[in-house]
Design a protein around this ligand. Structure first.
Ligand code: PEP
Ligand code: MG
Length: 599
């Protein structure tokens, strides 16, 4: 595959007659395409269709005298691919810090993998097959399982492997990577890799629209860091639009509008301007502690997925880490990370943050996260996941607990258990924590603090047991993403039922009140770390229920602090008690919306 410049005008496209946007009819009205808003913001501009060209391979078998040359060609392609990736890694480091450059480092490591290189060169020599065929077949072995997986995260990882393979094959043909697009375009593509995003962003791209992908892909995370709006999961949108078509991309609502009417363009211009003004106002408040209008202190921490994000916390006014998702430590290597590596990782985080808190969640693998199960589960979200794996595979739990204890030299580390559904699970983890604390303290020359123990409340069963749980642990944190999924029986990653994934459902609203008020009664700290913590509609309701601690994606912190400053506790309490009496999500949202408009 080689990157190819897209046809300049829609009429150049071979299948331009197949749809209206490729072959525009001047009478054609604006159209809206729905996808997933993967990175917030609005873009108004012209589409640029970014397509990847397929390379024709003619030779199916090598002459024996050409073998050495073919192996040499393969080695040169590896070398070129590594050079490209190093360049991309440097650009990534410069643009978004070291945050995501590790991803490309992992790809470079794969290019250098002696087992892979050996297997490919051996097969070229013994089977007389050309390099591209052997590379295809060797990668196939890995890729098949990944691509067919029901798990979104695994499918996204398959995309990374696919990108490396395509890169090597392209470099067999000495084709230069095409990464230029007209300045300020909205890039439309079937699929984009993290490397594509990094390189294309150098042309001041206004937005990205892709047929594939979702909210949690690396591509989405990189777009968020670069502050470029993105809509993913648009189906076959890229076949419906040609370069040059006017488009609006709405990363907040996950919508792309083609050939917008003048009044729509005007509406989005106003939205963009309002957003710019709001961001400027919010950043003034971000560096102060958050207080409600009546003076109640609200703590605001960050959810993070990578250690490098800590360097950005101060800029957003974050007061620490309320959720560190450790699953990414598995990413480069599907085996559990070793104790020394985990200790170094957590210790460096604790040191960077001290005296601010660092809440580390035990591995929440399985389900919609990384697959760990050796068998294909019919319904992974209801399967072997989170604390269930930790209990069944003691090596994973023990290694992580020991590392967490070793990292707690400053006393700012706490640990949190994912997917709790019973008291026994908490007891088990607590007993293992006590056991390892004694052992590790004996082994260590330093004074180590025992990490505080918290439980994620993200299953209805945990809500039912909230009285017992909040008397057992130091803190609880509400995971509204899974709580919504499990309460409403709506798979959080299934696009077909996304409109049923309603966090303002009265069943969720009432559970939130029950969790927060019970924790308060039992003097147990309570925070929210699910995405609902970022939702402006939810803020006054949660405060009204008694919540005083939020953990959310760092970029949303300034806006949350600004909102908090305009409410009083009494107003929020009155609002919460009104909402708790309502029995439908639209009615609850309507009431919350009115409150928001009044403040
Ligand atoms: C949640 O379920 O709300 C949560 C914060 O955890 P995750 O999104 O990682 O499952
Ligand atoms: Mg969860």
């Amino acid at each position: 595959m080689v990157y190819k410049k897209a046809p300049k005008s829609p009429g150049d496209s071979p299948d331009s007659t197949a749809n209206p946007d490729r072959h525009p009819d001047p009478q054609e009205r604006e159209r809206r395409y729905s996808g997933i808003g993967s990175s917030k913001g609005f873009a108004i501009g012209e589409a640029y269709e970014f397509v990847k060209e397929t390379v024709e391979h003619e030779i199916a078998e090598l002459n024996p005298e050409n073998i050495d040359a073919e192996v040499e060609r393969f080695m040169t392609a590896l070398h070129r691919s590594e050079k490209e990736l190093k360049k991309i890694e440097r650009v990534t480091t410069r643009k978004i810090g070291k945050l995501y450059s590790d991803l490309f480092q992992a790809q470079i490591m794969l290019l250098r993998d002696p087992v892979l290189i050996d297997a490919i060169t051996r097969r070229i020599r013994t089977e007389l097959k050309p390099a591209h065929l052997v590379i295809e077949q060797e990668f196939e072995q890995y890729l098949g399982n990944f691509i067919n997986s029901d798990d979104q995260i695994f499918r996204e990882r398959a995309a990374d492997l696919h990108d490396i393979k395509e890169r090597i094959i392209r470099n067999l043909h000495i084709r230069k990577l095409h990464s230029w697009v007209p300045e300020g375009s909205v890039v439309v593509s079937h699929h984009l890799s993290p490397a594509d995003i990094i390189l294309l962003s150098r042309s001041n791209v206004k937005g990205f629209a892709t047929d594939t992908g979702g909210k949690t892909s690396h591509v989405a995370l990189i777009c968020k860091s670069l502050n470029i709006p993105m809509v993913a999961g648009l189906g076959n949108f890229s076949q419906k639009i040609g370069s040059g078509s006017p488009v609006i991309l709405d990363g907040n609502d996950g919508v792309v509008i083609t050939r917008p009417e003048e009044k729509t363009v005007e509406e989005y211009r106003r939205k963009r301007e309002a957003e710019i003004r709001r961001e400027a106002d919010d950043s003034v408040l971000a560096h102060r502690h958050a207080f409600t209008r009546c003076g109640m202190r609200i703590t605001v921490c960050s959810n993070i997925d990578f250690r490098e994000e800590i360097t950005h916390l101060d800029a957003t006014g974050s007061e620490g880490v309320g959720l560190f998702r450790t699953e990414n430590l598995f990413l480069d290597d599907l085996k559990p990370p070793k104790e020394a590596l985990q200790t170094e990782y957590y210790l460096s985080m604790a040191e960077m943050l001290t005296p601010k808190p660092l809440v580390i969640r035990l591995f929440d693998i399985g389900g919609d996260k990384l697959i760990y199960s050796p068998v294909k589960e019919p319904n992974p979200n209801l399967g072997w996941r989170g604390v269930r794996i930790l209990i069944d595979v003691p090596e994973i739990l023990d290694t992580q607990l020991r590392s967490l204890i070793r990292a707690n030299v400053h006393g700012n580390v706490e640990l949190m258990i994912p997917m709790i559904s019973s008291i026994e699970e908490i007891e088990h983890i607590r007993q293992r924590l006590e056991h390892h604390y004694e052992r590790v303290s004996e082994e260590s020359r330093e004074t180590l603090y025992k990490p505080g123990l918290g439980a994620m409340i993200e299953m209805p069963a945990a809500v039912e047991l909230i009285d017992e749980i909040t008397r057992m642990v130091d803190f609880v944190s509400i995971g509204t993403n899974d709580l919504t999924q499990y309460t409403l029986a709506v798979d959080r990653n299934n696009l077909i039922v996304q409109d049923l994934f309603e966090k303002f459902h009265p069943a969720i609203i009432r559970q939130l009140y029950r969790i927060i008020s019970t924790a308060q009664k039992n003097r147990c700290r309570c925070a929210i770390c699910g995405d609902m913590g970022s939702d402006p509609l939810a803020t006054p309701f949660l405060i009204g229920c008694g919540l005083r601690e939020f953990s959310l994606v760092s970029s949303d912190i300034p806006a949350l602090k600004a909102r908090v400053a305009s409410y009083t506790i009494a107003e929020c309490e009155a609002l919460a008690s009104e909402c708790l009496k309502l029995s439908s999500a639209p009615a609850i949202k309507e009431r919350l919306d009115v409150f928001l408009k009044e403040h």
